[in-house]
Structure formats: structure tokens, C-alpha cells
Design a protein around this ligand. Structure first.
Ligand SMILES: [Zn+2]
Length: 113
């Protein structure tokens, strides 16, 4: 990977983390506590609880992704090299999926088996 590609990739990872963080903030706004609102019947209350659980799961997924992205060391010389065939993983693929560990053909092989 060239220095220029590395910069571009680092930038795109930083952007993705920012984006995830803003998504998390928006989701957290939806997580207002369920008030003891007597106008809500039990069914509505259940539905709200369910939605909150979904929202919490989404937040967790996004936080895990941030942790994963933060843990990537794209300056590592092992980074961007397929762990199966030692070929360079195409840069376009890394831009889309920075945590790629395998090239597309190895991944396809692995999914077949
Ligand atoms: Zn490979």
C-alpha cells in the first residue's frame, strides 16, 4: 500500500467512526426512559420496551464496530495482506471493508467449504 492509499484509508476509517458516533448519539436520544405514563396501555408499553431493546442492540453493534475500527493498525506491514495466500488485498476492498483479512478469492473458497 502506498502512503497516499494509507492516508486515504485512514481518512475513510476516521470518517466511518465519526458517522457511527453520530448514529449512536441519535439512537441514544430515542432511549428516553419509559415514563409511568398512565395513558399508555400495556400493549404500547410492551412495544416501547421492545423498541428500546432493539435500539440498545443497535448501539452495541455500532460500538463494537468502532472498537474494531479503532483496533486496526493500517501501518502494520501485515495489514492489507491476505492471511490465506499472502497476496495484497485490493485497495478498493479495504476501503469498503477496512477489517478485511482475506482477499475475495480466498474468502469465496472459504465460504464454499
Ligand atoms: Zn487470498
Amino acid at each position: 500500500m502506498t502512503q497516499k492509499q494509507q492516508n486515504k484509508l485512514q481518512f475513510s476509517i476516521t470518517q466511518e467512526i465519526k458517522y457511527l458516533n453520530s448514529q449512536i448519539r441519535n439512537l441514544q436520544k430515542k432511549l428516553s426512559p419509559i415514563a409511568c405514563d398512565c395513558s399508555l396501555d400495556d400493549l404500547n408499553r410492551e412495544a416501547m420496551k421492545e423498541e428500546q431493546t432493539l435500539t440498545l442492540n443497535l448501539i452495541e453493534q455500532k460500538q463494537q464496530r468502532i472498537t474494531l475500527l479503532n483496533s486496526l493498525n493500517i501501518e502494520d506491514e501485515e495489514y492489507g495482506i491476505c492471511q490465506e495466500c499472502d497476496e495484497d488485498i485490493p485497495f478498493k476492498r479495504l476501503l469498503l471493508i477496512p477489517e478485511s483479512k482475506y482477499c475475495v478469492s480466498c474468502l469465496n473458497e472459504m465460504q464454499k467449504n
